[in-house]
Structures are given as structure tokens and as C-alpha cells.
Design a protein around this ligand. Structure first.
Ligand SMILES: NC(=O)c1ccc[n+]([C@@H]2O[C@H](COP(=O)([O-])OP(=O)(O)OC[C@H]3O[C@@H](n4cnc5c(N)ncnc54)[C@H](O)[C@@H]3O)[C@@H](O)[C@H]2O)c1
Length: 254
């Protein structure tokens, strides 16, 4: 019987790349996404390729929608990819309570609620695998991303706690932290802007921006048996960017 992957925000962007990779790896995929149009388009596209995707429309901060979707699966998911996320660009002084709370709700509270609901079912089933999508923004802040940095740093910390509490019960939990990716929410930054792509990509040790497929490949590695001894790890997939801070300093002998 095929394994089931439950992918939040799996209808677009990086989540879509993860959905496609999971299908390629033989998973049955259930996508939980609040965008009904993108979800329906995904189901239709994959059906045309003879691949079945179930789409559940809902918000990750809505516990009853999460439970309904998971109950409808009929069995515990084997893999959860906690990918749904939003970013709002405002300096802290212009970040209203409503903006702050909505970013925390989706990226942190929502990720926790989905993980707990899946883990409960995985533990009852004796096994499972959870991968939280964090961000290098949770490791190295950049001005203007307000609650997003706190949510992603919080999710990285929660990943460790989930691994400690649920690992002994058969659930492996890890995170993938994407860096600057040419896709998803960052598409407007680079679309039709070759100069931005070249300038930013050139600042990365790997000398390019990341692609959504770099992230889905990391997710598939962590989901695989090859990673069976990897627990509570945040795999940074950023071409070396967050490790390059010392190389920015002037050489002291100059
Ligand atoms: N694209 C990047 O550059 C980048 C970099 C670092 C981290 N990330 C992280 O990757 C993940 C995916 O981001 P993306 O760039 O693909 O974004 P995206 O906006 O392209 O896609 C996000 C998907 O999640 C869904 N979604 C958003 N909020 C939701 C909610 N409350 N409930 C249910 N579904 C919801 C959207 O409908 C959409 O389909 C996020 O967690 C994001 O923080 C992205």
C-alpha cells in the first residue's frame, strides 16, 4: 500500500514542488491549502497525468478543518510536510498587532496544530515522519520581515522539542530551512528582474539562487530511510549564505 504524504500549502510555490516530488517518490498525496483555485488546478493537472492528489481546503490555524481533513484520509499520514507559510514586509514600527498575529498564526501556531494532530495519529499507528519548513530568516534576520523571523526561529526550536517528545514514540521530526529561493513567495522579487537574480545569486557561496527543487530534494532526503538516524535537525538549504558572514569582513592585513 502506498504511503500517504500530507502537505500543507502544497498547491503552489515550494509546496507544489514538494507535492510533485512526493508523487514521484510513490506517495499518495493529500494537500491542505487555503487556496481553493490553486488546489483544484493541481488536482486537475495531476489527474491528466494519471496521478491522484486529494485536496482539502482549509486554514492551518483552524483545528476543526485540520481534523476533518485528517479523518477523511482514513489512516494516519506517513509523512507530514508542514510547509504553509506567509510573509508580510513591514518594519517593526509599522507592524500592527493584526499583522503580527496573522504571521504567527500561520507560520508557528498553525504548524504546531497540524504537527500535533498528525503526530497523535502517527503515534497511534507506531510510526511517522514530520518535516517542518522553516527559513534562514529564523537564523539571520533581515529588516522588514517582522514576526516571520520569530515564527521561523520558534518553529526550528519546536522541531527539536517535537523530536525529543515524539521520537521515542516512533515519529521522526526534522526541519528544512530554505535560503533565497527563486520561486514561491519570492517570485515577485526575481521575476523579470535578471539584475536582482544575478546580484543576489552572486552573493551566495554557491553563486546562484536556490530553486524550489533544491528544497523538495532536501525534504525527500529527510523523509527517506537514508535519514533514519537524523532526528531534530534543521537542514539549511541556502547555498552557504548563512555561513558566509565572516567572508564579508575586510581582510585585516589590508
Ligand atoms: N520562497 C522562498 O523564498 C522561501 C524562503 C524561505 C522559506 N520559505 C518557506 O517555504 C514555505 C512555502 O512558501 P512559498 O514561498 O512556497 O509560498 P507561496 O506563497 O508560494 O505558497 C504558500 C502556499 O501556502 C498556502 N497557505 C498560506 N497560508 C496558509 C494557511 N494559513 N493555511 C493553509 N494554506 C496556506 C498558500 O495558499 C500557498 O498555496 C513557507 O513556509 C515559507 O515561509 C520560502
Amino acid at each position: 500500500m502506498s504511503k500517504i504524504a500530507f502537505i500543507t500549502g502544497g498547491a503552489q510555490g515550494l509546496g507544489l514542488s514538494i507535492t510533485e516530488a512526493a508523487l514521484d517518490h510513490g506517495y499518495e498525496v493529500a494537500v491542505f491549502d487555503r487556496d481553493a483555485v490553486a488546489s483544484d488546478a493541481l488536482v486537475t493537472r495531476e489527474a491528466a497525468r494519471n496521478r491522484k492528489v486529494q485536496a482539502f481546503k482549509g486554514d492551518v490555524a483552524d483545528m476543526s478543518a485540520i481534523n476533518s481533513a485528517l479523518d477523511a484520509l482514513g489512516k494516519a499520514p506517513d509523512l507530514l510536510v508542514n510547509n504553509a507559510g506567509i510573509v508580510r514586509f513591514h518594519p517593526l514600527m509599522e507592524t500592527t498587532e493584526e499583522i503580527f498575529r496573522s504571521v504567527i498564526d500561520t507560520n508557528l501556531t498553525g504548524a504546531f496544530l497540524v504537527a500535533r494532530a498528525c503526530a497523535e495519529r502517527m503515534i497511534a499507528n507506531g510510526s511517522g515522519n514530520i518535516i517542518n519548513i522553516t527559513s534562514t530568516a529564523g537564523i539571520a534576520s533581515s529588516p522588514g520581515v517582522n514576526a516571520y523571523v520569530a515564527a521561523k526561529a520558534g518553529l526550528a526550536a519546536l522541531t527539536e522539542l517535537m523530536a525529543l517528545e515524539w521520537g521515542p514514540l516512533g515519529v521522526r521530526v526534522n526541519a528544512v530551512a530554505p535560503g533565497m529561493i527563486d520561486g514561491g513567495v519570492s517570485t515577485p522579487i526575481y521575476q523579470n528582474n535578471e539584475a536582482a537574480r544575478t546580484r543576489r545569486g552572486g552573493a551566495v557561496p554557491a553563486r546562484r539562487l536556490g530553486q524550489p527543487e533544491d528544497i523538495s530534494a532536501a525534504v525527500m532526503y529527510l523523509a527517506s530511510e537514508a535519514a533514519s538516524y537524523v532526528h531534530g535537525h534543521q537542514l539549511v538549504v541556502d547555498g552557504g549564505l548563512t555561513r558566509s558572514v565572516m567572508s564579508q569582513l575586510p581582510w585585516t592585513r589590508d
